[in-house]
Design a protein. Sequence first.
Length: 67
Amino acid sequence: MANTIKVDIVSAEEEVWSGEGTMVFAPAEMGEMGIAPNHSPLLTRLKPGEIRVQQESGEEQFFFISG
């Protein structure tokens, strides 16, 4: 079983999606960043764009954020 991370995508009003992922890609202020299991803790500003969550099955979930 591959390592996974708990992913919660939320808006100010509600939870949008919650699940497990093997990798998350997000549009950070300095460019796209990838977050893998056991990634060092970080705090960064996101910019509008697409978030991709890779799942163990190989499927990807796509979400658009406005910042």
